[in-house]
Design a protein around this ligand. Sequence first.
Ligand SMILES: [Zn+2]
Ligand SMILES: [Zn+2]
Length: 269
Amino acid sequence: MPRRCIACGATTPPFNIQCCPSCGQEFRKPANDSAPPNNKTHVKNNHSGHSKQPRVCPYKNLCAEYLRSLEWDRSLFDRRFNHCYCSDCYLESWSDTVEAAGSVYVIPRGWCRFGLQVDKVRTEVDHIWRNWIVTYHGTTPEAAQSIVVHRQFLIPGDKRLDGEKIAICPGHIEGQNHIYTSPTIAYSAHPCYCRPQLFRSQTTNKIYKAHIVLQCRQQPGSFKVQPETIGAGHQRICSIIPNDEVEIYTTVRASVLPYGILIQLEETS
Ligand SMILES: [Zn+2]
Ligand SMILES: [Zn+2]
């Protein structure tokens, strides 16, 4: 029987991990340390020194430094959903996918998530941790901030609080004003969607290409799935999700709820 996270219901990899890769909920050991019977899937991994999230992950610290540089309001964040997926925090041997609400999504290896506040009413009324699938939305830092501050996705043509109209991205088909997401970060992180920014760290004094993707819960039944639209042709975008299933689109703003901002920093030479 697979292990399930009590907070979000996601199936978790059968390893000795400390928190749910889907929502970040920390697992607690039972007070009585004796393992429950039938706990076959609770396999201890053999990589000594890797069985816990490291106390201080340098990559996570670096990503946090970049996030601070964006100067988002602190009240937008919820640390409970923070989780680093670097190779030290999320091991190579652990599962590449997680199932949430009957749908598979790909673990964002190499990215670090900072949790966002999610509307309590929405989580309780819609049971988003249990019933909604996990998707990614790649974008620019400005657009990500706008989505999070507006507390909803905006569709091209919508007006922002500052009166500015949301422009239709170049290359996108006129009249198709959708919100685009994907079950795989390999697609959402494509430069068509996720435009990197250069960032110089005060800690390392190195320059990085910083990428941002929002991790979301998305309501089943309110979207359509289609093949990639970035002209990848026969070149496989993700080793898990086939090219003809990588793009999800919807016109229902309220059906996509971001719960984490994922950051990836790539050192420039
Ligand atoms: Zn969870
Ligand atoms: Zn890490």
